[in-house]
Design a binder for this molecule. Sequence first.
Ligand code: NAP
Length: 497
Amino acid sequence: MLDKTTQDWHTIAAALDIEGRAFINGRYVDALSGETRPTTNPATGRPLAEVALCGTEDADLAVGHARAVFERGDWANMAPMDRKMVLVRWAELIEQNADELALLESLDVGKPISDTTAVDVPAAVRTIRWSGEAIDKVYGEISPTPANTLALIQRLPLGVVTAIVPWNFPLSTTAWKLAPALATGNSVILKPASSTPLSALRIAGLAAEAGLPEGVLQVLPGPGGSLGRHLGLHMDIDGQTFTGSTPVGKQLMAYSGRSNLKRTFLELGGKSPNIVFADANLEKAAAMAAVAVFYNGGQTCTAGTRLIVEEQILDRFMKLVLESASKWMPGDPLDPATRMGPMIDQAQHDAVAEYVGIGCAEGAELVFGGHRTLDETGGYFIEPTVFRGVNNAMRIAQEEIFGPVLSVIPFTGADEAVRIANDSIYGLAGAVWSNDINTAHKVAAAVRVGTMGINNYFGGDITVPFGGFKQSGNGRDKSIHAFHDYTELKTTWIEFD
Ligand code: NAP
């Protein structure tokens, strides 16, 4: 926890025994080919561990085990209160190993240790515990039919489900998928992102320790383009849940259409608007505008990348925003004081740098940051970056950069703010800052996104659904609503003589 110093974390990291094997049928195994590839620490550019490189033959083996256990009903037919106890025990084991998991996540993703200890690991624990505790409190329905009939409406598990997750929040997105999928009785095959497989592999072993039957959960590290595609096209998988980019989400929809119409739920990209009116608490709004875009180095699907500011306060507000931005200079992720770490890899670093160039070429004014930094570490660090004078038609306002780059866009009047906010292919999240209840509600209602904050950013918890409108996706993670993505509705119609 945060009573540890930077040196303490480095010492523990040096002694870590990292598991890189796949997890199939309740145990850690090598890929059938025996192949591995390294995962890298983005803060140093150095390899962390060798990880199994699973291929299509591992996938087929995993699907076979998942199908067999589903058909046997070891998990699917277990009483919900017993499934609950396994998930609750699993959450407890994760909590007991919280420091190790936070450290693994920090090393693998480059996330500040202050975030992984305070956010990522607790979020995973809460999600698994909450979903477990909820599952024996969910009732079916009896519909209002004539007296000589009885109609039962039940939610049944899909069967075998694939979960494919990205590298930016590996542990928490893994939990967002696994918790409702397992609670509702499915067998799951998880494919972590190639660059960040470690936390998912570690918690799979803890699931077995908690009593999850063999074959119910498999974790297969491997390339999206081949292994992920094979799973997407597989004829014996009933559902797939995905968090990642919009282009890959579209591919998964196509795989479903080309194979067996497996249920497909997607959580995709964003370009979220953060709207500030002149009557808002400007100090708070400016501090949160920086959190909204620089948290996790901007590698956040809900990042508030478009700061839409009422023209009359623009100069005054910019001063506050730049003051806040200066507090987000990156540093060693294992230093508890660090707020922002590196980009995930060289390619992501280069993509962000390219967008900085595009913004300048489009005529936006670069007023803060924009450079690579901490070169001596070997890591992929970039400064928090702010553009003003941005027009919403510019590429830096339309395309998901996935880095710490803020575009400030002026507006006059609520209608224009809403028009700019909605002028996007995405609809994941957003916020509005105003002390006028009418303005705040009117604007919040009109912005077409899955989650909207009023006088906050990143608000929400496990009790509320999370997901996108438009090309930000179709599924919903978290809350009881997530259970719907992993179940089929079944009607049983009974007639009495
Ligand atoms: P990505 O490139 O779409 O990859 C996501 C996952 O899909 C990875 O496991 C990847 O495997 C796999 N994959 C890649 N190509 C595939 C294919 N053809 N078939 C099946 N699987 C494939 O996304 P990312 O770069 O990891 O993550 C960033 C994106 O995720 C951003 O767009 C961000 O907005 C989005 N995101 C959305 C949410 C949300 O809840 N809406 C949350 C977090 C992130 P490899 O790693 O092997 O390529």
